[in-house]
Design a protein around this ligand. Structure first.
Ligand SMILES: [Zn+2]
Length: 334
């Protein structure tokens, strides 16, 4: 089923959202053995032949994404200059990434990893990353060093009936190596009446997607991780630093932490602040002004927490008006 992600609410398909996106979790220990395991799978250096292969992989998966999501036009995906990361899903789909690196001599004030679609049935979390990438293509100033992963769970999104879990039926957001994962994650899962949507897997990092992401975090060393979900319509936060109070209409509401979640693994254990953006609907995009205000508040919070607030910086990374021409163009492309 092709789900149209529309800003026009009257035309949008409201999905029945029994979807619950649980994330973060509790205690932690250094997951050093898991980090080592992740590093072993480190991707190889890129050759000219590999670049062509990467482009073919990106184009192929872009066709599938555009076919699935009405709000992502094929050109929105193919023209972003994304690369195949070298990581793959269980089903062999590439995990595609886009980097917005340093500009000129300017040293970025923070490295930010932004992730969409770790749950495959949360369509809006994928579309939002594409919209923000399109905006950054125009406004990236080098204030931050971004790496963006629009579709963290390509099998979950792109199979005929999208699902939260990956192709092995594992909730990737319960598969990260939090301390006592073995003891806690399955106990927690049993408490959910063995809900298949919460299945944490047979072992921490048992899945290629979570293994790749853990490795990517070790290599990139982000200062902040932003993970996009739906449909709770709030902000959640794990880790050090001051939690943001709100991004646009989304208010801080700490939902708790869970064994094996990214917020628990990266935020609490590795002490990398993890902001979880929970969009209000999985199948309906936020309104244009909300997409802008969430972004601008994210940038403002990043600037505050990376210790650089200058007059110049205020102008960076954001459109000059809340409803930018870029976003309007993106919306018109649906
Ligand atoms: Zn989710």
């Amino acid at each position: 089923m092709k789900i149209k992600l529309a800003n026009n609410l009257s035309n949008a398909i409201r999905l029945s959202l029994g979807l619950v996106c649980l994330f973060s979790s509790t205690n932690f220990v250094l997951a050093s053995s898991s980090d080592k395991r992740a590093l072993k799978t480190s991707q190889a250096s890129v050759s000219p032949g590999a670049i062509q292969t990467s482009k073919l992989q990106v184009d192929n998966v872009c066709k599938k994404i555009a076919k699935k999501l009405g709000s992502v036009h094929l050109s929105d995906c193919k023209n972003r200059g994304m690369e195949a990361s070298g990581g793959h899903s269980v089903g062999g789909l590439p995990i595609i990434v886009k980097e917005y690196g340093p500009v000129g001599n300017r040293t970025p004030t923070a490295k930010v990893l932004l992730i969409g679609g770790i749950h495959g049935d949360e369509y809006s979390s994928v579309s939002l990353v594409f919209k923000w990438m399109k905006m950054l293509d125009r406004y990236h100033s080098g204030l931050f060093h971004w790496k963006m992963i629009p579709v963290m769970n390509p099998d979950g999104l792109l199979q005929k009936k999208s699902q939260r879990m990956n192709k092995n039926g594992v909730d990737l957001n319960r598969n990260f190596p939090t301390p006592n994962w073995e003891a806690e994650s399955h106990k927690y899962w049993v408490k959910t009446s063995r809900n298949p949507r919460r299945y944490p897997g047979t072992a921490p990092l048992s899945e290629p997607e979570s293994q790749w992401l853990a490795n990517y975090i070790v290599e990139f060393k982000p200062d902040v991780i932003v993970s996009i979900h739906a449909p709770f319509g709030i902000l959640d936060f794990d880790g050090p630093r001051t939690a943001p109070k709100n991004f646009g209409p989304l208010q801080l509401n700490l939902l708790g932490t869970y064994p094996g979640s990214l917020g628990n693994y990266a935020g609490i254990n590795k002490q990398i602040p993890v902001v979880t953006i929970e969009l209000p609907y999985a199948g309906i995009m936020p309104k244009k002004h909300e997409i802008s205000s969430i972004w601008m508040d994210l940038v403002k919070w990043l600037k505050t927490n990376s210790g650089e607030i200058t007059h110049q910086a205020e102008k960076d990374e954001t459109p000059t008006t809340p409803q930018s021409r870029v976003l309007k163009t993106a919306e018109a492309s649906k």
